[in-house]
Write a protein that binds this ligand. Structure first.
Ligand code: GLA
Length: 696
């Protein structure tokens, strides 16, 4: 018998069906044998172990049937194979042996980028409601001689802090439980290394991501008979979902990408896939955005914003983004204690409303962007006074506040309409905004909804994510040309599902460039830098040229008060913007090549190389020393990833001077094997090198 396989480059998965019609996983990884099965089918592990079938496995599926019976045993009734634009789709149909219950396990391959997505659908064919306790999107069994998991802490200000665990007997469980800023609990991006060691160009590694903007569970558990069973899904422990007859429950997708040649090709393929299939307009240049939040906070008026628009143009920025504090009349939003929800402009600050600021932006020749936090409300607001029943709450219980606010319940159709209307209100033609920062600054503490019956309250954490996405989809459909920046107290939301409605993400409120070098480095293991908003601020009080060079290696912008800069520093900002705009296509769409990792040392270097390796931009950073550092700063910077036989002109861009350095010429081989001198010597210095292939 031959396995049923789905292959996308090194990402290969195989299945078979045994004599008892059980669906089994033949293998998952770069060395899957697509030939004849080596063993009898029943010897392979179950592809989707259920509660009641394998007593030793964490169940992929646990259901209480309408008659109260607690077990499920799935038989495979067949599979369909088809094509989509980027590859193949396989869908296995399964049903329970006894209770009317249909399960579909679907997989979709993307052959150009070596990605496979998987998701599961459960259909209740029973006469009454059933309870879903566990429904994994995927639970593959992974081989491993020295299994390791790479994952991240996501806390506010410390997004993408890397963690590397050797998987020992037992389970490693990552759960997000507070619904609205899940990536602050668990950024849904992990890597599994079956053999331990992996570097940029050697070793086997699996990247995985759950495309879900809410509660989730990602677990890796050593299996009784060897290997590691992974579990990806959106029902964390104890989150039961009641499924009515005839209704289908669909899990989010899990994205898989294997590499058998280290991390670099994996990252490059992930970036291409995310740009092509997740991010909106992934191949369009991201603008240079100038935001006022760090500069003014809530304290501004129309004149200050008019000046901000002119400064945006002067520095070379393309969008002026007005942040929090522009709204609220009866409860003016002068701080975060009130006004949220009342989206009419504060006429004391803005006598001509948003249209006045839009006019300032237009006069300065820049685009206009507006911050909103449409899912939230301060109790001190007209909206709350008028609609006490619109918030997420449990009757008879205290409504606890976080940042003085409550969350609106998007499961209510009237609230969903209202929130769509908030966006329509800031995107009217007379205002002229075409850029929105969509924020969400609290988690859920009392998950209760007036939209759901008393016996369906447990469904809310899942339903609200679909409801939120539906609202976002309506906004996208109504305003297709508006660019959307995703924010949730920094990077509290950055899953591929939510991001697919957005152009980029505000990675973190922490904009200290020293922290940002490492944060952007790790975020860019999965997300293309075009999606990572990075603004120059005064966080950490680092040299402005260094802050600019760090932000330039991602989606560049400013959040800076001109008044605190001297003329030289302002000139640095202007040069940085000009250089960024010139080099933007390579930075935002080039292949990322990691050269020197800052994880364990104060040196960092990365390159972006264009498709045909004729042009590259290299950033090198010298960070302050830390007691924990063990890697030295290199003497030379070796630049790999270029064409070894071509000659490259290397220019060093000095943000402190108008003229670039005199170009030096080296072959790709010299750059890779010998390198160039390491430029950034003192702490908080940077070097930017532009490489162009000499025409032969
Ligand atoms: C959040 C965001 C910030 C800023 C403030 C405004 O904290 O992460 O960037 O927009 O809200 O209140």
């Amino acid at each position: 018998m031959e396995p049923i396989t789905l292959i996308a480059g090194a990402t290969r998965i195989g299945f078979c069906v045994d004599d008892d019609d059980r669906l089994r996983q033949v293998g998952f990884g770069p060395d899957l044998d697509t030939g004849t099965l080596v063993f009898a089918p029943w010897l392979y592990p179950l592809a989707y172990p259920t509660y009641g079938e394998d007593p030793f496995a964490a169940p992929a599926l646990r259901v209480t049937n309408a008659d109260g019976t607690p077990i499920t045993r799935l038989v495979c009734t067949g599979h369909d194979r088809g094509h989509h634009d980027g590859g193949e789709i396989i869908a296995f149909s399964l049903r329970d042996e006894v209770a009317p219950l249909t399960v579909r396990i679907a997989l979709r391959s993307w052959t150009d980028t070596g990605v496979i997505e998987q998701w599961v659908e459960v259909v209740n064919d029973q006469a009454g409601p059933i309870t879903l306790h566990e429904v994994a999107a995927a639970t593959p069994l992974l081989a491993g001689t020295a299994p390791h998991l790479d994952h991240f802490r996501g806390d506010w200000g410390a997004e993408f802090t890397p963690l590397h665990d050797r998987l020992t007997p037992g389970a490693k469980v990552l759960e997000a439980r507070a619904t609205t800023r899940p990536a602050h609990e668990v950024p849904p991006y992990v890597c599994y290394r079956p053999d331990g060691d992996v570097d940029e160009t050697t070793g086997r590694v699996l990247a995985a991501s759950l495309a879900w903007g809410g509660n989730l569970r990602i677990a890796f558990e050593t299996a009784r008979h060897g290997g590691v069973r992974a579990w990806f899904g959106h029902l964390p422990t104890g989150a039961d979902y009641t499924l009515d007859p005839g209704v289908t429950f669909t899990t989010p997708t899990v994205l898989w990408a294997w590499s058998d040649a280290g991390r670099r090709p994996l990252t490059q393929r992930l970036h291409r896939w995310v740009r092509a299939h997740a991010l909106r307009d992934g191949d369009r240049d991201r603008p240079v955005v100038v935001n006022n939040w760090e500069a003014t906070g809530f304290d501004f008026d129309a004149d200050r914003l008019d000046r901000f628009c002119r400064e945006t143009a002067e520095v070379g920025g393309e969008v002026f983004l007005l942040d929090d504090g522009w709204f609220g009349s009866e409860f003016p939003r002068d701080d975060d204690t009130q006004g949220l929800g009342d989206w009419a402009p504060d006429r004391r600050k803005l006598p001509d409303g948003l249209a006045g600021v839009g006019a300032s932006a237009a006069a300065a020749g820049v685009r206009f962007g507006v911050w909103v936090e449409p899912e939230m409300v301060n109790p001190r607001s007209v909206l709350y006074r008028d609609h006490l029943d619109w918030v997420v709450a449990v009757p008879g219980r205290e409504r606890r506040e976080e940042r003085n606010q409550l969350q609106l319940d998007l499961c209510r159709p009237d609230v969903a309409d209202h929130v769509v209307g908030v966006l329509d209100g800031v995107l009217t033609p007379d205002i002229g905004a075409d850029y929105v920062k969509w924020d969400a600054n609290r988690m859920v503490t009392e998950p209760g909804s007036t939209a759901l019956a008393a016996d369906r309250q447990g469904n809310w954490p899942v339903d609200v994510v679909h409801a939120t996405w539906a609202v976002m989809d309506r906004v996208v459909a109504a305003h297709p040309d508006t660019e959307l920046l995703l924010c949730a107290s920094g990077g509290g939301r950055m899953d591929l599902g939510t991001l697919s409605r957005f152009h980029d993400v505000w990675l973190s409120d922490n904009t200290d460039p020293v922290d940002r070098v490492r944060m952007q480095w790790h975020a860019a293991e999965f997300l293309p830098v075009a999606a990572l908003a990075a603004h120059v601020t005064r966080w950490g009080q680092r040299p402005v040229a260094f802050a600019c060079a760090v932000a330039m290696s991602a989606r560049f912008g400013f959040d800076l008060n001109r008044d605190v800069l001297d003329d030289d520093e302002w000139a640095v900002c202007r040069r940085a913007t000009a250089a960024y705009r010139r080099l933007r296509p390579i930075i935002q769409r080039g292949d990322l090549v990691r050269l020197v990792s800052p994880e364990h040392g104060p040196g960092a270097a990365l390159a972006f190389v264009d498709d045909d390796r004729t042009e590259a931009v290299v950033f090198a950073y010298r960070l302050p020393d830390r007691d924990t550092d063990r890697d030295p700063v290199p003497d030379t910077l070796r630049i790999v990833g270029l064409d070894r036989v071509r000659r490259y002109e290397v220019t060093t861009i000095d943000l402190g001077a108008d003229d670039p350095s005199t170009p030096e010429c080296h072959t790709g081989a010299e750059l890779a094997d010998v390198g160039i001198p390491w430029h950034p010597i003192g702490a908080c210095t940077a070097a930017i090198h532009h490489l162009t292939a000499a025409s032969d």
